[in-house]
Design a binder for this molecule. Structure first.
Ligand SMILES: Cc1cc2nc3c(=O)[nH]c(=O)nc-3n(C[C@H](O)[C@H](O)[C@H](O)COP(=O)(O)OP(=O)(O)OC[C@H]3O[C@@H](n4cnc5c(N)ncnc54)[C@H](O)[C@@H]3O)c2cc1C
Length: 400
């Protein structure tokens, strides 16, 4: 898409951050008649869109509801999500002939590479008269009588509206910065301590060594704590635990806390073991468990003493079966930590929504200042919810 170089320094809206939220805002505000400039310090726009969803961008989730988001004020995301839902984004894809499919749990992915979403965002920005300047560093932001003055490596820019869309802290090597939080604090906003979310757990010591020996093994589990529960796959890694169930519960985890895994999720394991015992009384407990769990996991749990050595199922009374099932359903691990910003898919925490309008994302402290996308204290579950928040919050701000 050819980009016409302009030297103007005055715009209706200046957007900092050419990611999902910033580019989407640019097009929507352009449609509403605003002259928009989007700037980014990176050399390429929307790099997280490019790598998202394994390269096919899980751009939304058909089941999107406020309950799929973590926010200190759970009511905050409701308004924006209600006014721009998954179908609204699908309508945009249809206009650009972008084909998609549902994978699982309502997760919608592009049929082709995620670059088609970036092309759509850019073409809509340019078609609505917006401008994009990359490799542009921001030196400082100040308020003027009529808006904002922003010093950049490309000169000073003035705009009536300043839209902060510079994302969170995850994956610093892709250019993530705490810029949004710095601006928020500069203008008197509170920031809820950002923390890595949708991130694998790491283990230490004996646990790390033990589970590294089955790295690559996946099994369905129900991961839970007293705040949330997710039934999806868990993956053992050479550092600890990953997979969708683990990423999901990590968003609800605080350092030092234990996580409970039901390794027999969805199975009537007591009935299955009782039936096995009746049919094969001379077979071992390990053989019985191998009908329910991966063999390597059974062997490891046995070696760790988490499964008793019972040579014949005939010697396993019903109470022992029930105790074993209880233990495997409430298998508890206390992670040593997470893999941190290096691999976290998103940032939980961020700009406190108490200081923002839920209808427009505008600052309640500084008129004309907006925060959208991941920098806000709204964090979606795994499965397309974070992009849906980027689109919905951008749409809400552009409608302001
Ligand atoms: C590996 C991975 C896979 C993911 N997959 C999915 C998925 O399939 N589905 C889903 O819903 N979510 C997914 N996410 C999360 C999703 O990518 C983000 O939630 C989303 O991109 C947030 O959009 P945003 O526009 O707020 O921020 P970003 O997309 O992060 O954009 C922020 C932009 O601001 C720029 N910027 C940062 N600091 C500055 C600065 N100081 N000056 C100027 N510019 C700056 C950055 O260069 C970037 O271009 C994934 C994330 C990762 C890391």
């Amino acid at each position: 898409m050819p980009q016409i170089a302009k030297s103007e320094t005055q715009f209706d809206a200046l957007v900092i951050g050419a990611g999902a939220a910033g580019l989407f805002y640019g097009a929507r505000a352009g449609e509403a008649g605003l002259r928009v400039l989007v700037i980014d310090h990176a050399a390429k726009p929307a790099e997280k869109v490019r790598i998202s969803g394994g390269g096919r961008c899980n751009f939304t989730n058909v089941h999107t509801a406020p309950e799929n988001f973590i926010c200190a004020n759970p009511h905050f995301p409701k308004s924006a999500l209600a006014r721009f839902g998954p179908q609204d984004f699908l309508d945009r894809l249809a206009r650009h002939n972008i084909s998609w499919h549902e994978k699982t749990l309502g997760q919608l992915f592009c049929d082709g590479r995620s670059g088609v979403i970036i092309d759509m965002l850019l073409s809509e920005l340019y078609e609505t008269g917006g401008e994009l300047r990359l490799a542009t560093l921001v030196h400082g932001v100040e308020r003027t009588g009529t808006g904002f003055r922003v010093g950049t490596s490309g000169g000073t820019i003035e705009a009536a509206r300043l839209v902060i869309a510079s994302g969170g802290l995850s994956i610093p090597k892709m250019g993530a910065t705490g810029f949004a939080y710095d601006i928020a604090r500069q203008f008197g906003h509170a920031v809820i301590e950002p923390r890595p979310a949708l991130v694998p757990f790491v283990l230490e010591g004996r646990e790390k060594e033990d589970f590294a020996s089955i790295s690559g093994l996946a099994c369905p589990v129900r991961a839970s704590n007293d705040r949330a529960a997710f039934t999806e796959a868990m993956l053992f890694t050479h550092r600890g635990l990953s997979g969708p169930a683990v990423l999901q519960i990590s968003s609800y985890w605080a350092a030092g806390e234990a996580v409970t895994f039901d390794l027999l999720a969805g199975l009537d394991a007591a009935a299955a073991l009782t039936a096995f015992k009746a049919e094969h009384p001379r077979k071992s407990l390990l053989t019985a468990l191998e009908t329910l769990l991966p063999n390597r996991l059974v062997a490891l749990l046995s070696a760790r003493g988490e499964i008793p050595a019972v040579a014949r199922m005939a010697d396993m009374p019903h109470t022992a079966i029930e105790a074993l099932v209880e233990g495997l359903s409430r298998w508890t691990i206390t992670p040593a930590g997470t893999e941190g910003w290096r691999t976290a898919e998103v940032t939980a925490g961020g700009i406190d929504t108490d200081g923002l309008s839920s209808k427009t994302m505008e600052s309640r402290i500084v008129p004309g200042l907006y925060f959208i996308g991941e920098c806000v204290d709204v964090t979606g579950w795994l499965g397309g919810y974070n992009f849906q928040w980027a689109w919905a919050s951008a749409h809400a701000a552009a409608r302001a």
